[in-house]
Design a protein around this ligand. Structure first.
Ligand code: BDR
Ligand code: CA
Length: 318
């Protein structure tokens, strides 16, 4: 048996999801054993197609990809974010269509099956709305007892939201899903906008991906092109935030967060102006990070390591 960490990835592929996927495939610490998709940046079905095509281009067609929830817990899918991720979710780039088709089990069932196969070792990485996780937890509340750790890109602690003043996209798209994931009894590392907006990929680093001899790595560089346009007004230059890639890097222990206290997090599931807000209890943290006893969710507030450099060098070496 491999000593690499088995990872189930739940995603809405997605430009930055594609970069995270490339990193997880390349990381020597990780064995990607399954992928489930959910509607978010694009539909769950399109996200699965994008994932299958990228995996085939990377030479990893054997990894099962299951379509998950199209609609969210308390509302239907709302059309995604084509202005951010392009009409097809991957910046309008046409990746050759793979011969592989989605695993018929569906994402929640795939996750449950993998949690038995890799009981006690499976890592779950979520980089989309958490709808599939809520379904899996509802179907089998014992799921957390078989999962070693969860790393989740989502939320905003002290930073502004990116959909509303207080809500980040993955949580806003399914507040009930996020609430279910955070209420379960497992170790969760929440990777919010506070840190994902602070680490960026530069045009020079995208150029390194474009210069690769491997078509898969070049495709990742091309997929980022549209996303770099979107972030131009935010950063004042063509570059991109590293939302999903940072979660992947932390899951693989590629970098260690500098500040990440275990603190209570609740999600606003109302239909009011706070909908989708992650309310992070940071009271009493002035003199340094202080864990709350019995709390299993840690919130990443600071990462000092050079994330983009590690990300690109790992993908290029993969
Ligand atoms: C998150 O929302 C999606 O658009 C990205 O893929 C990322 O998972 C950032 O808020
Ligand atoms: Ca995503």
């Amino acid at each position: 048996m491999s000593d690499r960490m088995p990872v189930y990835l739940d995603c809405d592929t997605g430009v930055d999801d594609s970069v995270a996927l490339a990193y997880l495939l390349a990381s020597p610490a990780i064995e990607l054993v399954g992928v489930g998709t959910v509607s978010g940046n694009t539909t769950a079905a399109q996200g699965a197609r994008n994932t299958l095509d990228l995996l085939a281009l990377a030479g990893h067609s054997h990894i099962p990809v299951a379509v998950g929830a199209h609609d969210h817990i308390d509302h239907p899918y709302d059309g995604g974010a084509p202005h951010v991720h392009g009409e097809n979710g991957i910046g309008g780039v046409e990746v050759p269509r793979a011969a592989t088709e989605p695993d018929p089990r569906g994402a929640a069932q795939l996750l449950l099956d993998l949690s038995h196969e890799y009981a006690g070792n499976l890592r779950v990485v979520t980089i989309g709305p958490m709808t599939n996780l809520a379904h899996a937890l509802e179907a089998d509340p014992a799921l957390p007892s078989r999962v070693a750790a969860v790393v989740t890109m989502g939320g905003a602690a002290l930073a502004a939201g990116n959909i509303t003043p207080v809500a980040e996209a993955n949580v806003y798209n399914d507040p009930q899903g996020a609430a279910a994931l955070l209420a379960a009894d497992w170790d969760v590392t929440l990777v919010p906008l506070d840190v994902t907006m602070e680490h960026v990929l530069t045009e020079e680093q995208r150029g390194m991906l474009l210069a690769s001899e491997r078509p898969f790595v070049r495709a990742i560089g091309e997929i980022l092109d549209h996303y770099f346009d979107f972030y131009l007004p935010t950063y004042g230059e063509r570059s991109s935030a590293l939302h999903d890639p940072l979660a992947a890097v932390i899951a693989a222990s590629g970098v260690t967060p500098t500040v990440a206290p275990r603190v209570p997090v609740t999600v606003d599931t109302s239909w009011g102006p706070g909908r989708g807000q992650t309310i992070v209890d940071l009271r009493g943290q002035r003199l340094g990070a202080r864990d709350h006893e019995g709390v299993r969710t840690r919130v990443v507030l600071q990462v000092d390591a050079p994330v983009a450099h590690h990300l690109v060098s790992t993908i290029l070496a993969g």
